[in-house]
Every structure is written in structure tokens, then in C-alpha cells.
Design a protein around this ligand. Structure first.
Ligand code: ADP
Ligand code: MG
Length: 252
């Protein structure tokens, strides 16, 4: 185990065997998630980003390589998966209910989360009455309710339109930092990755390898958030650099 890393992947390979062929998706992927870090996985569609999260979560065993994970995982899937027939409060309690872990403490925690993140007044509403952005906040709070050490977010904003996406990513960023969660976030959006992440892993196309690792250091007047990040003088530099890296494998 590397020093203070919560997730450690070492030369992970994933090959999917299909009736007529084999698909080599991940090729020697190595990765470390450190305490308090937001790590971004940035790569084209089909490069195996969700597969990496599934391996970290223990839902898939890699074909070869080492996976170490220290702490409980909270996994937020690409779609919010809220249950239409349960109100917001009962949706948020779902994970705790499955774990048979509803206690006065866990109820108090959920109440604090709902109040802190402006959902308390909506707790008796049903998912269909909420905007896309609010639904994402509910999905995140449901994931946080089980008090995970590690958050896995799979393209958390991809269902939202551009403007909502900016605002919601700002909200979600603040929640993750305030709750001090170590996070792996999948995205295919360069701006979003720069705005949200402390570290970005740029992935190649299949068989997917780590092409570059960037530590993002931005000078922002106020606290860094996805919105203030766009005004930082270094922002364009990172954007151009990563754009180039991603274009190389498009053959352009
Ligand atoms: P991404 O999230 O980057 O879009 P995925 O991890 O979902 O990519 O998938 C990577 C590739 O692996 C895709 O071509 C997908 O069709 C394939 N794949 C994913 N899961 C399986 C599976 N269980 N069996 C066979 N092929 C799979
Ligand atoms: Mg995916």
C-alpha cells in the first residue's frame, strides 16, 4: 500500500471475453487516490472508465493486477436511480435501510445533510417533482448518508443541460469538499475535470492506459470551485494541454 492512499491500483488489466472475441479494455492501469483528494478519470466513451469504478467498488474482478481499497465505498451511478414511489426522505434513507443501520445518529446525520444542502423543505416531495439538479443532490446525499470513506461518481452531471450542469457541479463540489470525501469522478468533459478535480488522469483509447497525470493548481481570488476555476489564469493552460493529449489519440 502506498503512503496514505485509500485506493491503489497496480497494473490492472481487464479483458472481457465474448462469444467470438476478447476485448482488452484496461491495459496496465495504475492509480492512487489520496485522502481528501478529488481524482478525475477523463477519457473517451468506451475507454473503460465505468469499468475502473466497478473494479474499485469490487463489483468486477480484474483479469490481472492488484486492487487495494481502504474504507467503505459510496457509489453514485450515471443515472440517479431515485425510486419514483418513495419520497425524497425515504429515497435518502434507502442505503441505511438496506444496511439495517437506521439509528438516531444516522437519522440526525440525514437531517443535517438535508438542512445543509437545501433539501429539507422538499423531503416529503417525490422525485418527479424535482429538477434534474436537485435530483442529483438527492442522489449524492443518499450516497453520503451511509458515511462512505470513498465516493465513486460516474459522470454525475451528464444528464443535465449545460447551464444546470455548471451550477450543479458547483453545488456538488462544495458538498464533497465540506464533507471531506476522497472521490474518484468519471467525466469526459475537460472543463468539468479542471473545475472539480485536484488530480486528473487522462486515459487513452482502448486498450486503455494512463496517458498523463495532472495536478491541478489554480490561483483563484475566492475559494476554488468549478465556477471560479474558469477565471483562474492557469485554466486555459491546463485546458489546451489536456485537449492536445485527448486529440492525439483521435489521430488529429
Ligand atoms: P466508459 O465508461 O469509459 O464509457 P465502459 O467501462 O462502460 O466505458 O466500457 C468499456 C468497454 O467495455 C465498452 O466497449 C463496453 O462495451 C465493454 N464492456 C463493459 N462491460 C462489459 C461486460 N461486462 N462484458 C463485455 N464487454 C463489456
Ligand atoms: Mg461509463
Amino acid at each position: 500500500m502506498k503512503e496514505n492512499s485509500l485506493v491503489h491500483l497496480d497494473n490492472v488489466n481487464m479483458i472481457f471475453y465474448r462469444p467470438d472475441d476478447a476485448l482488452h479494455v484496461l491495459y496496465n492501469i495504475s492509480m492512487n487516490l489520496h485522502e481528501g483528494e478529488i481524482l478525475g478519470l477523463l477519457g473517451p466513451s468506451g475507454s473503460g472508465k465505468s469499468t475502473i469504478l466497478n473494479i474499485v467498488a469490487g463489483l468486477l474482478a480484474p483479469s490481472s493486477g492488484q486492487v487495494e481499497c481502504h474504507g467503505q465505498i459510496g457509489y453514485m451511478f450515471q443515472r440517479d436511480h431515485l425510486l419514483d414511489w418513495r419520497n425524497i426522505y425515504d429515497n435518502i434513507m434507502l442505503g441505511l435501510e438496506i444496511q439495517k443501520n437506521i439509528t438516531p445518529q444516522s437519522e440526525a446525520k440525514v437531517e443535517r445533510l438535508l438542512k445543509s444542502y437545501d433539501l429539507w423543505d422538499f423531503r416529503r416531495h417525490f422525485p418527479k417533482e424535482l429538477s434534474g439538479g436537485m435530483r442529483q443532490r438527492v442522489a449524492l446525499i443518499r450516497t453520503l448518508a451511509i458515511d462512505p470513506d470513498i465516493l465513486l461518481l460516474d459522470e454525475p452531471f451528464s444528464s443535465l443541460d449545460y447551464q444546470t450542469r455548471l451550477l450543479v457541479s458547483n453545488d456538488i463540489y462544495k458538498i464533497i469538499k465540506q464533507e471531506n470525501k476522497s472521490t474518484i469522478m468519471v467525466t469526459h468533459d475537460i472543463s468539468e475535470a479542471i473545475g472539480m478535480c485536484d488530480t486528473i488522469y487522462v486515459l487513452s483509447k482502448r486498450p486503455t492506459n494512463v496517458k498523463a497525470i495532472h495536478s491541478i493548481n489554480l490561483t483563484t481570488a475566492d475559494e476554488k470551485t468549478p465556477l471560479t476555476a474558469r477565471k483562474a489564469p492557469e485554466y486555459q493552460h491546463y485546458f489546451d494541454l489536456i485537449w492536445k493529449e485527448m486529440m492525439q489519440y483521435e489521430g488529429k
